[in-house]
Design a protein around this ligand. Structure first.
Ligand code: HEM
Length: 75
């Protein structure tokens, strides 16, 4: 369970992936920062239920960068 998204979990319990959180483990920090900022300012809006837009709105640049750094180092 290291940045693999929620698809394996959904499949393991036989649930349909209504809201699929994508795998992030192999993304570079700069890409994650870019996507979180795009969700925050609304230029990216393909998140079901606004889940990414709502949470990224609460994040500072420093928090986005720290999370991106952490995720980019998951293996
Ligand atoms: C630590 C928590 C999370 C972080 C840092 C995070 C970060 C991200 C990032 C960087 C993307 C862009 C991925 C890409 O372009 O490949 C993304 C997309 C997305 N995330 Fe999250 N996410 C988190 C939790 C969640 C959760 C819990 C859900 C829902 C169960 C979720 C739902 C989505 C959806 C629906 C997308 C768009 C999927 C698509 O492009 O098809 N995220 N997230």
């Amino acid at each position: 369970m290291a940045g693999e998204g929620n698809l394996p979990l959904l499949q393991s319990i036989g649930a349909s992936p209504v809201v699929e959180a994508p795998a992030l483990e192999s993304q570079h920090a700069a890409y994650i920062v870019k996507q979180l900022k795009a969700f925050r300012d609304g230029t990216r809006n393909n998140d079901v239920g606004k889940i990414m837009r709502n949470i990224s709105k609460e994040m500072t640049n420093e928090e986005i960068e720290a999370v991106a750094e952490y995720i980019a180092n998951l293996h």
